[in-house]
Ligand binder design. Structure first.
Ligand code: G4P
Ligand code: MG
Length: 186
């Protein structure tokens, strides 16, 4: 993985989500419910609700259990029974912040498919272009990554200690890239 980090500000997250919401509408997908994978998907899900106003269900899936021990596979750390009934026959917009190895996302898709939704579309802010550990099942026909990027570490604003510094680092990164004529986005 490259040493370089991709800094992302809240402004950028908001703009990416707004653009995606329009893209989703233009593609003719009209979800009934939003499912956010916590914790990274929470803030993106809330922002998209401003543009696509649907109820949000939150699920927690992690490689780490509530005991903070790393597991072999992603496991549910929070799962709402209500989700089961609410998803049957529904069009679901599943949201997470990043598609990295795809392990968490694909696991979540598999679990949600067992509730027989009409369709699941997947939205992420960033898709890292790399060999994925798992592929999506064929039921996933709509996939909306806001940006496709090199395999690098992303610094999200909600992880920042100093939010002004986060914005400064994002700007510095863009300035450096434009000077070097480089593109991080593929
Ligand atoms: P994937 O299906 O979305 O590809 O997830 P994967 O299991 O590969 O990712 C494991 C954890 O690593 C996830 O956190 C994911 O959000 C996080 N992650 C992967 N790449 C990056 C990155 O570039 N930047 C940051 N900040 N996080 C990354 P998680 O276990 O779901 O925890 P949470 O942070 O969402 O609570
Ligand atoms: Mg996550």
């Amino acid at each position: 993985m490259a040493e370089e980090k991709l800094y992302v500000s809240y402004n950028t997250v908001h703009k990416l989500i707004k653009k995606l919401a329009q893209q989703i509408k233009d593609s003719g997908f009209d979800p009934d419910v939003i499912v956010a994978i916590g914790s990274g998907g929470f803030i993106p899900a809330r922002i998209i609700k401003t543009f696509i106003n649907r109820p949000i269900y939150a699920v927690g899936i992690s490689y780490y259990g509530i005991d903070h021990k790393h597991r072999e596979h992603p496991t549910k750390i929070q799962w709402i029974d209500e989700v089961q009934v609410q998803l049957k026959g529904k069009k679901v917009l599943l949201i997470d912040e990043v598609d990295d190895t795809r392990a968490t996302l694909a696991y979540c898709v598999g679990e949600l498919l067992s509730y027989n939704p009409e369709e699941i579309a997947v939205l992420v802010l960033h898709n890292k272009l790399k060999q994925k550990d798992v592929e999506f099942p064929p039921e996933i026909k709509r996939y909306y990554p806001a940006l496709e990027i090199e395999d690098m570490w992303i610094k999200y604003p909600w992880d920042a200690d100093d939010i002004d510094e986060q914005e400064r680092l994002e700007k510095e990164m863009f300035d450096r890239m434009s000077k070097e004529g480089r593109k991080l986005f593929v």
